[in-house]
Design a protein around this ligand. Structure first.
Ligand SMILES: [Fe+2]
Length: 118
């Protein structure tokens, strides 16, 4: 008999975000903090619930393309001169996941001026 696994996607995203930032104490909870700030701003702006959810999700995973500890420290210390490397990797990764594809353009452009991509 085949078993089915039921997973709360919000809890999965929160855990994934936290694990990504555990690579170094200097990056711990960076994406969580960013996401809750983005959530507060989006709610204050009275955006549509779906937009708020997408902004929160994108913020939770915005640096997912920074894979190595060196990449994470570089972008967090503002020593990085080319932010495209981690934003492009993040976009490519998220495009492969159907339920996260909708946030890939926001992740790709999170170091640029605001444009809403949904
Ligand atoms: Fe970034």
């Amino acid at each position: 008999m085949k078993r089915q696994l039921s997973v709360n996607l919000n809890n999965l995203l929160l855990s994934l975000s936290e694990v990504i930032d555990l690579a170094n104490p200097l990056t711990a909870q960076h994406q969580h903090r960013t996401a809750f700030i983005a959530l507060a701003v989006a709610q204050r702006a009275n955006l549509e619930p779906e937009m708020i959810e997408n902004i929160f999700t994108a913020a939770l995973l915005h640096d997912i393309g920074a894979v190595t500890v060196e990449e994470k420290l570089s972008i967090h210390s503002f020593a990085e001169s080319n932010y495209d490397r981690h934003t492009i990797k993040g976009e490519l990764l998220l495009e492969q996941i159907p339920w996260l594809k909708k946030i890939s353009k926001t992740v790709r452009n999170h170091h640029r001026n605001y444009i809403y991509y949904y």
